[in-house]
Design a binder for this molecule. Sequence first.
Ligand code: ATP
Ligand code: MG
Length: 319
Amino acid sequence: MAATLTLDRQRLVMIGGKGGVGKTTTAAAIALRYASQGHRTLILSSDPAPSLSDIFETPLKDTPTPVPGIPGLSGMEISSREVLKRWKERFGPEIYEVVSSFAKVDYDFVEYIGTAPGIEEEYMLNYIMEQVQSGAYDRVVWDTAPAGHTLRLLQLPGVFLDHLEAATKFYMNLYSTFDKLKASVKLQGGKRTLLEIIAGWRELSRQVINFIRDPENVANLLVTIPEALGVRQTERIVRELEENGLSVHAMVVNYVIANADCDFHRRRQAMQRRYWKILKERYGRKIPLIATPLSAEEIKGVAQIRRFGEILFMNGSVW
Ligand SMILES: Nc1ncnc2c1ncn2[C@@H]1O[C@H](COP(=O)(O)OP(=O)(O)OP(=O)(O)O)[C@@H](O)[C@H]1O
Ligand SMILES: [Mg+2]
């Protein structure tokens, strides 16, 4: 029986896959469907080259903005720069206060910490979790950047804390009283010690990772294509997701030739079916695979996205 997409309870849907396979199209179709079911929905893109604004034909900003003409749907495109800015606003003063309490540093130190690997990734996840837990939306659909970037998102959180800790220890060691300081330095006027503050940041990091890993909260969707490259990259992404404790909820196999009526398309379809079979054998027992057809036109604008959504959710896999 052909598979269909079921996304009933998860409040966050993450859409990943390699470049150009139809991630944004899939994300938009899911968001439109949620909104039409009466869910308060936020679609957000963290792609450095986002295209949600094009699809919805409205300029989206780095804060949630209602999409005109679609009740219940807001959209936003968030850049790394904005994520870092928010991180600095939230943690900058605390970091500065901690470090300047035992070392002579100026506020640029916060900028330096901001360049640590993993900060942007950590905070992106944190920001998205906050959106889901804010109560402002019933559903959040996250159109992630092409694969490599998304995997970085999952691998790096926590790295920045190591970096911060190392930098802090370095400064403390300059004063060669690390052990004493570590336990006793308190924020000016504050009650927490340095160790407690760093432990608090670690706890935040742990919460974000646990949240992202919980299939009750998060549905992880992979979009791919029935070609050698698609199969190879899917293997890699699934493996890396699993290594990071994430499972795949469903796989969308896009651009399939549903009706071949000439030699060119018959050959292409035969090629695609070989790779479809490989994907089906490898993953079909565990997760639904939904084949979505290549349409003659690019899928642009709300009406066409809705049609794509009908295939995903109602008609189901065309193969
Ligand atoms: N099934 C389809 N049939 C025809 N055109 C499609 C189909 N799916 C997507 N497209 C078109 O292919 C292009 C790429 O799709 P989309 O932007 O959704 O991919 P993406 O994975 O988000 O790409 P990127 O990695 O660059 O963000 C778009 O112009 C879209 O309209
Ligand atoms: Mg995209």
